[in-house]
Design a binder for this molecule. Structure first.
Ligand code: ADE
Length: 232
């Protein structure tokens, strides 16, 4: 899977070199390329933003550098064949969920456009739609300073679902949100620690009882912490 990231803070994404995703990149499962939006500017100050038409607080990201860098990525990457999807993290976007991550893990090419300031000139989204599919996606109902942290979270959620990235695919199945419920509690040795005991059923060796207990715990936790998921 090819992932491009456009940002004014490329070093933000250095952490993608470590951990599971770093290994996936070494193995060639993920081809991640980070682009500095300022490299696509033409003025001495490498300007990426300007004041909003119509007035108002804050600055808006100018369309020209975006057009230049998106063209560069699309033209250089056999985009006609890979049918890229442009993802712009935005608090005004559709909600990013485990289902979104699953969908995107099937894509051949995802291009993240990280906005800063009050956002990106709206025409950039219309232009990107002539070069691929466009999605504005929100991490949640709160406002971050820019798209970088959201893009990192999405890349991790998507990347770990790409076949081969997580060594034991079975471990992906029994996680929170995979079946619409929160995951059950986990324990390891020792069986007794500082007066806290592992639930007896987990030591019983009775797989039927264990499965039933885990399911009951999932439902119970979901009812307590995320009743909205049960309503769905
Ligand atoms: N950029 C700023 N806030 C965001 C959010 N909540 N989700 C995605 N991108 C963002």
């Amino acid at each position: 899977m090819r992932i491009d990231v456009v940002t004014i803070f490329p070093t933000f994404f250095d952490v993608l070199e470590v951990s599971l995703l770093g290994k996936a990149r070494e193995k060639g499962l993920l081809d991640v390329r980070v682009h500095d939006l300022r490299d696509a500017t033409t003025d001495r100050h490498r300007t990426v933003d300007d004041t909003p038409y119509g007035g108002g607080a804050g600055m808006v990201m100018k369309p020209e550098p975006w057009g230049h860098v998106l063209d560069g990525i699309a033209d250089a990457s056999d985009a006609a064949e890979t049918d890229p999807v442009f993802v712009f993290p935005s608090p005004a976007g559709e909600r990013f969920t485990q289902a979104t991550a699953r969908e995107m893990a099937h894509e051949q090419h995802v291009i993240f456009g990280c906005g800063r300031y009050e956002g990106i000139d709206e025409r950039v989204f219309a232009y990107a739609a002539t070069r691929g599919r466009v999605r504005l996606v929100s991490l949640g109902d709160y406002v971050l300073n820019g798209g970088e942290v959201a893009a990192m979270a999405m890349i991790e959620a998507i990347g770990r679902l790409v076949p081969g990235v997580v060594g034991n695919p079975a471990s992906l199945v029994e996680e929170s949100h995979e079946d619409g419920l929160l995951e059950y509690p986990s324990y390891t040795k020792p069986a007794s620690w500082r007066g806290y005991d592992v639930p007896e059923v987990l030591l019983s060796g009775n797989h039927g009882r264990i499965a039933q207990w885990r399911h009951d715990q999932q439902v119970e936790r979901t009812r307590e912490r995320r009743p909205d998921l049960l309503a769905d």
